[in-house]
Design a protein around this ligand. Structure first.
Ligand SMILES: Nc1ncnc2c1ncn2[C@@H]1O[C@H](COP(=O)(O)OP(=O)(O)OP(=O)(O)O)[C@@H](O)[C@H]1O
Length: 270
């Protein structure tokens, strides 16, 4: 088992009064090579859950339950050990690649940086690896683009660079928080397909977080639906889409464009 979250609760301390609980007892398991989609509206606790998994909750957070990463409980690990896991075992892909990338540094150098720092690669070996990664995320003319600055690339290409950076240290678990929300719909599909292929090829486990069930439905094996901090439904994505057991899930499904809904539910249409 890659990740096992067991009855996770997160509350935030306030200056006055009792802490406010925002995640109310979430449990799920994630196998190696599996993609779990977490869907829910704004404020449902998706980001708090992903920060908890990265060991990045603010000091005001109070937690209970367990987040076992290959058996080690992230909630009780010393910061030093957590730092070692972050990046190495767990990679993160962010919503807006422009804010995650350094605008003043060539993309190849940004990918190489982690390899030199954490893996002890020489400059030239790191550059060669950066080029391999850029090809892997299907950046066209990668040998030229390696020397581009982020602003010289399209949004979709920047997000691919973000994926390359996350993959550089060969993590076993990737967390992608709204990775395509900032992109055009056609580019969204491309980036999701690349992510899906990589996860399959490399045998990585992926947590894909989105408010959009259309995004989740495209690549997630299993889906967890969250509503105001509660896990209200969880199961195989195909089952959740075809036979949702909760009204809120039905609402999310009917909010999708019909064409997307039909294709995800496997409905034939002309
Ligand atoms: N540092 C914090 N201190 C206090 N409350 C917080 C903190 N971070 C998040 N919350 C609260 O936790 C709840 C869940 O927030 P979270 O960001 O996880 O939602 P989300 O589902 O990721 O929403 P979005 O899609 O808008 O990012 C919200 O009510 C939010 O106000």
């Amino acid at each position: 088992m890659m990740l096992s979250v067991q009855d996770l609760r997160v509350a935030f301390a306030r200056e006055r009064g009792a802490p406010v609980e925002v995640v109310h007892g979430i449990s799920f398991d994630l196998e190696k090579g599996e993609t779990l989609g977490i869907v829910g509206e704004s404020g449902s606790g998706k980001s708090v859950l992903s920060l908890a998994t990265m060991g990045l909750l603010p000091r005001t957070a109070r937690t209970s339950g367990k987040i076992l990463l290959e058996g080690e409980d992230i909630l009780t690990l010393p910061e030093k050990r957590m730092c070692a896991l972050r990046g190495r075992k767990i990679g993160m892909i962010f919503q807006e690649p422009m804010t995650a990338l350094n605008p003043a540094m060539r993309v190849g150098d940004q990918i190489a940086e982690g390899l030199i720092l954490h893996k002890g690669l020489s400059k030239s070996a790191a550059r060669a690896e950066a080029l391999r990664l850029l090809n892997m995320v299907q950046i066209p003319r990668a040998s030229e683009r390696i020397d581009s600055f982020p602003h010289e690339m399209s949004g979709g290409q920047r997000q691919r660079v973000g994926i390359a950076i996350a993959l550089a240290l060969q993590p076993e678990l990737l967390i992608a928080d709204e990775p395509t929300t900032a992109l055009d719909v056609t580019v969204q599909a491309e980036v999701l397909d690349i992510l899906d292929d990589l996860v399959t090829d490399l045998g990585i486990s992926l947590i894909l977080i989105s408010h959009d069930l259309g995004v989740i439905g495209r690549i997630a094996d299993r889906t967890l639906v969250m509503y105001r901090g509660d896990p209200i439904e969880q199961g195989e994505t195909a089952r959740v889409l075809r036979a949702p057991s909760h009204d809120y899930t039905r609402k999310l499904i009917s909010a999708m464009p019909r064409r997307v809904r039909n294709s995800l539910q496997g409905v034939q249409h002309g």
